[in-house]
Design a protein around this ligand. Structure first.
Ligand SMILES: Nc1nc2c(ncn2[C@@H]2O[C@H](COP(=O)(O)OP(=O)(O)OP(=O)(O)O)[C@@H](O)[C@H]2O)c(=O)[nH]1
Ligand SMILES: [Mg+2]
Length: 354
C-alpha cells in the first residue's frame, strides 16, 4: 500500500442565506409591519487532528469539500436555518497551507485540535431589522455573504521526538517493537517498512517519548535509488536521530564504515538541518558477534568512523542494551531540549501508526 503524506484539496464554505422582505398580512391588521427574517449562516469547514488517522489517503480521493448554504429568511419573523459545518479529520502532524498565498494556516500538533479553514458566509438581514421611526415599511433586505473558498495543500510530517535512520534490514522496526507497543512488520529482506511508524516509548510511569521508524535508506537515495529519500522529511521534526547499523557483516567492516558515511551524506543531500541534528549510533545485531570481542570490535568500528558522539551497543532482537539506550534518550530529551510551547510530541499520545 502506498503511503499518502500529501494532498491538495479545495474547500468551499457555504454562502449565507438571504434576508427577506416581507410584511405581516393578517385579517383585521391592514398594515402589518415588516416581518422578513434573516438568512442563516453558511456552513464552515474545519480541520480536526485525529490520533486515529495515520495518512492523508482520504484526501487523495475526496478533493472537493463543499459546505451547504444557509437557508433564506422567511416571512412571519422566521430566520433561515444555519447550514451544518463540515469537519475534516486529519492525522496529527498535518501542515495545512493556502496554495495561493503560500501561508501556513495550521500545523496540527495535538489530538482534537480544531482549526477553522473556511468560514461560512453570514446570513443576510431581513427587512424586520430595517424598521425605524421614519420608515415603518422598509423594503430593504441584504443578501447572504459568500463563504470563503480556498485551495489547500496538506502535508503530513510525523511528530516524534526521536527518529530511526538506517539501511534497509538494519533492524529499525525490530528496535521500535522492542521498546514500544508499535508493531511494524519485521522481515529478513530489505524494504520491509514502506511507511513511517510511530511508537510511544514508556521509560517509566510518567516519562515517555515518541519514536519514529521510517523505511530504510540506501546510498543514492537522493537520486531516487531504493525508496528514495522522501521519507526523510518525517525525521525533520524529531529532536534526535538514531542511526541504526547492522553489525553482522564483520568480515566486510570497511564496507560498514563506507555505508555509514554514505548514509550521513544522503542526510546532508536531503537537508542540511537534518544533517546537523544530534545523531547517535546504535550498533545493532551484536548478539551475532563473538561476545568476548564484541565491545572491542564495536569500538574499533566507531574509531574508524571517527565518531565522537554517543554510540550504543545493542541487540534489538534479544533486547540487550535497549534499556540503557532508552534511558539515555529520555535524559537527553529532558536535559538538552526542553519541550517548547506545548508542541512536543511528548505531550501527545501518538498511537502506533501501523
Ligand atoms: N540477530 C539479530 N537479528 C536482528 C536484530 N534486529 C533485527 N534483526 C533481524 O533483521 C531483519 C531485519 O529487521 P527489520 O527490523 O525488519 O529491519 P528494518 O531496518 O526495519 O528493515 P526495513 O524496514 O527493510 O528498512 C529481521 O530478520 C530481524 O529479525 C538483532 O538485534 N539481532
Ligand atoms: Mg522496517
Amino acid at each position: 500500500m502506498k503511503f499518502f503524506d500529501e494532498a491538495i484539496i479545495q474547500v468551499y464554505a457555504g454562502k449565507g442565506g438571504d434576508g427577506v422582505a416581507s410584511f405581516r398580512r393578517e385579517k383585521y391588521i391592514p398594515k402589518g409591519g415588516p416581518d422578513g427574517g434573516d438568512g442563516g449562516r453558511g456552513g464552515s469547514i474545519f480541520a480536526v487532528a485525529d490520533r486515529n488517522i495515520n495518512t492523508l489517503i482520504d484526501y487523495r480521493f475526496a478533493r472537493i469539500h463543499r459546505a451547504k448554504k444557509g437557508e433564506n429568511g422567511q416571512g412571519s419573523d422566521r430566520y433561515g436555518k444555519s447550514a451544518d459545518d463540515i469537519v475534516l479529520r486529519m492525522p496529527i502532524g498535518t501542515i495545512i497551507k493556502d496554495i495561493n498565498t503560500g501561508e501556513t494556516i495550521a500545523d496540527l500538533t495535538h489530538d482534537q485540535q480544531k482549526i477553522l479553514l473556511a468560514k461560512g458566509g453570514s446570513g443576510g438581514i431581513g427587512n424586520l431589522h430595517f424598521k425605524s421611526s421614519t420608515n415603518r415599511a422598509p423594503r430593504q433586505f441584504t443578501q447572504g455573504e459568500p463563504g470563503q473558498e480556498l485551495e489547500l495543500k496538506l502535508e503530513l510530517k510525523v511528530l516524534a521526538d526521536v527518529g530511526l535512520l538506517g539501511m534497509p534490514n538494519a533492524g529499525k522496526s525490530t528496535l521500535i517493537r522492542a521498546v514500544s507497543a508499535a508493531r511494524p512488520k519485521v522481515a529478513d529482506y530489505p524494504f520491509t517498512t514502506l511507511q513511517p511508524n510511530l511508537g510511544v516509548v514508556r521509560v517509566d510511569h510518567n516519562r515517555s517519548f515518541v519514536m519514529a521508524d521510517i523505511p530504510g535508506l540506501i546510498e543514492g537515495a537522493a537520486e531516487g535509488i531504493g525508496l528514495g529519500h522522501r521519507f526523510l522529511k518525517h525525521l525533520t521534526r524529531t529532536r534526535l536521530l538514531l542511526h541504526v547499523i547492522d553489525m553482522t557483516p564483520l568480515n566486510t567492516e570497511t564496507n560498514l564504515v563506507h555505508e555509514a558515511r554514505a548514509l550521513a551524506k544522503e542526510l546532508e543531500k536531503f537537508d542540511e538541518s537534518l544533517y546537523q541534528k544530534p545523531r547517535w549510533l546504535v550498533l545493532n545485531k551484536t548478539d551475532m558477534m563473538p561476545e568476548q570481542e564484541r565491545d572491542e570490535l564495536c569500538r574499533q568500528f566507531v574509531n574508524k568512523l571517527e565518531w565522537e558522539e554517543n554510540y550504543f551497543i545493542i541487540s534489538a532482537l534479544t533486547g540487550e542494551g535497549c534499556k540503557p539506550l532508552i534511558y539515555a534518550i529520555m535524559e537527553y530529551l529532558e536535559q538538552h531540549l526542553p519541550p517548547q510551547d506545548g508542541n512536543s510530541a511528548l505531550e501527545n499520545e501518538i498511537p502506533n501508526q501501523c
